[in-house]
Design a binder for this molecule. Structure first.
Ligand code: PLP
Length: 460
């Protein structure tokens, strides 16, 4: 008999979680003004809000933490991290930051001016926020195939080279501080970008004299997909593939809370010394001295170790298999989601799931709320709330897709939790015809409104 798939780890420490009743959840939702970010985590049974900073560290990471050096400058832990970053990414220069958006803040303070353009593939929300805050424009050049959730293509996160070249032609190089390539493409559904596409983007960048930045939060998952889907990479290791990906870039920003499996941390990698030096001042102002940048020595030790573990094939296979396990269950129940399943999450297609809820009433948010009510599972809206309003007209921007994201934390839940989640979603799907109204906003912040928005149900 062929042996079934099994996880590449065993469990040494456990954390208990608790179920609640539907009545309790309805009351807590009302108190939270229907914003799932405002719920106490104790009110959540399975927390799929994000895979960011929610992973379980290994015994080796906890051991590294105890050996950290907390010196203010030149700490041994900084040098451990430097070696790890250089070995895994090939970047010789780096600045530590407390998380990914801090890396964006430091780098963008150095390179972006008002009126600039930064083309990319579905910029992440904080990335776009940092660009627009500086009165520059993020131009989305993602391939059109990414908008059709039912279309199965292996690299649905790719950039459309034709769209990119148009942007590069339309503006002088001085107005394009960088092309922003996000791997995997989080906003399009955790979809990977092929090495062929990265090479094409890099060639265009060189042709037009523009720098390439890789937003690298899930670079290891991207490398796994290249290994398992792209011809010519079957026999390369994850680390060889990751190094090749980064070899095309001038900068990388990293949210280490994703593929480096730590609870807090980030960094910026630089190809050349001059770019690194220009950023140091901003790092000192916003984050901390250049050898700790918002991280303690123990954070840096855990990150140095996490970069190695996050780029091991067996770990990645376990992770991607768990996401696929949930996807297979949803297929069994006929539930619409962004196909094929991405690296870190399942993205339910809310427009297909709840066709009777009007677009102005935040369809994906409505779905996320129903799933919480059903079973205490917290997911997140990736739709009109997240897309926010146009900075000029202040009108809602309706994205092509309304998605409800179920992000899977690394090394945290078992496949039984995935089965429970799939069953809860099926129950909501079975009563979808009765769900005809959504929510209206009663308070919103000027930018990045989804984190603090307050809402109330629309009653008809
Ligand atoms: C999470 C993330 C960021 C921001 O990182 P934080 O650590 O949350 O600040 C940037 N880009 C991508 C693609 C991400 O997934």
């Amino acid at each position: 008999m062929e042996l079934p798939f099994a996880e590449s780890f065993k469990i040494k420490t456990v954390e208990n979680i608790h179920k609640s009743t539907r009545e309790e959840r309805e009351c807590w939702l009302k108190e939270a003004k229907y914003n799932l970010f405002a719920l106490k985590s104790d009110y959540v049974y399975i927390d799929l809000l994000t895979d960011s900073g929610t992973g379980a560290m290994s015994d080796k990471q906890w051991a590294a933490l105890m050996q950290a050096d907390e010196s203010y400058a030149g700490a041994r832990s900084y040098y451990h991290l430097k070696d790890s970053i250089e070995e895994i990414t090939g970047f010789k220069y780096f600045l530590p930051t407390h998380q990914g958006r801090a890396a964006e803040n430091v780098l963008f303070s150095s390179i972006i001016k008002a009126g600039d353009f930064l083309p990319g593939n579905s910029h992440f929300d904080t990335t776009k926020g940092h660009i627009e805050f500086r009165k520059a424009t993020a131009v989305d050049c993602t391939i059109d195939e990414a908008k059709d959730t039912q279309l199965i293509v292996p690299f649905k996160g790719n950039m459309d080279l034709g769209k990119l070249e148009k942007v590069l032609e339309a503006h002088p190089a001085e107005k394009i501080p960088a092309v922003v390539l996000t791997v995997t493409n989080n906003t399009a559904g955790g979809q990977p970008v092929s090495m062929e596409n990265i090479r094409g983007i890099s060639a265009l960048c060189r042709k037009y004299g523009v720098k390439l930045m890789i937003d690298s939060a899930r670079f290891a998952e991207n490398a796994y997909f290249i290994k398992t889907r792209e011809k010519g990479y079957e026999n390369k290791t994850i680390r060889e593939i990751a190094k090749e990906m980064f070899s095309y870039a001038d900068f990388m920003t990293m949210s280490s809370k994703k593929d480096a499996i730590v609870n807090m941390g980030g960094f910026i990698g630089f190809r050349n010394e001059e770019d690194w030096k220009k950023c140091q001042m901003y790092n000192v102002m916003f984050e901390g001295y250049i050898t700790y940048g918002g991280m303690s020595g123990r954070d840096m030790e855990c990150l140095a170790q996490g970069l190695y573990e996050g780029t091991e094939f067996d770990y990645l296979e376990t992770r991607i298999n768990q996401v696929r396990h949930l996807a297979d269950k949803l297929d069994e129940y006929g539930i619409p989601y962004q196909k094929p399943a991405g690296g870190h999450a399942i993205f339910l297609d809310a427009l297909k799931f709840l066709p009777k809820v009007p677009r102005e009433e935040f369809v994906a948010q409505t779905l996320a709320i129903e799933i919480y009510k059903e079973a205490g599972i917290r997911s997140v809206e990736i739709g009109t709330l997240l897309a926010d309003r146009d900075p000029v007209t202040h009108e809602n921007r309706y994205p092509a897709l309304e998605l409800c994201r179920l992000a899977i934390p690394r090394r945290v839940y078992t496949n039984n939790h995935m089965d429970y989640t799939a069953a809860a979603i099926k129950n909501v799907y079975d009563r979808r015809d009765s769900l005809t109204s959504g929510f209206r906003i009663t308070y919103q912040a000027p930018i990045m409104r989804h984190f603090t928005v307050e809402m109330e149900p629309v009653k008809r």
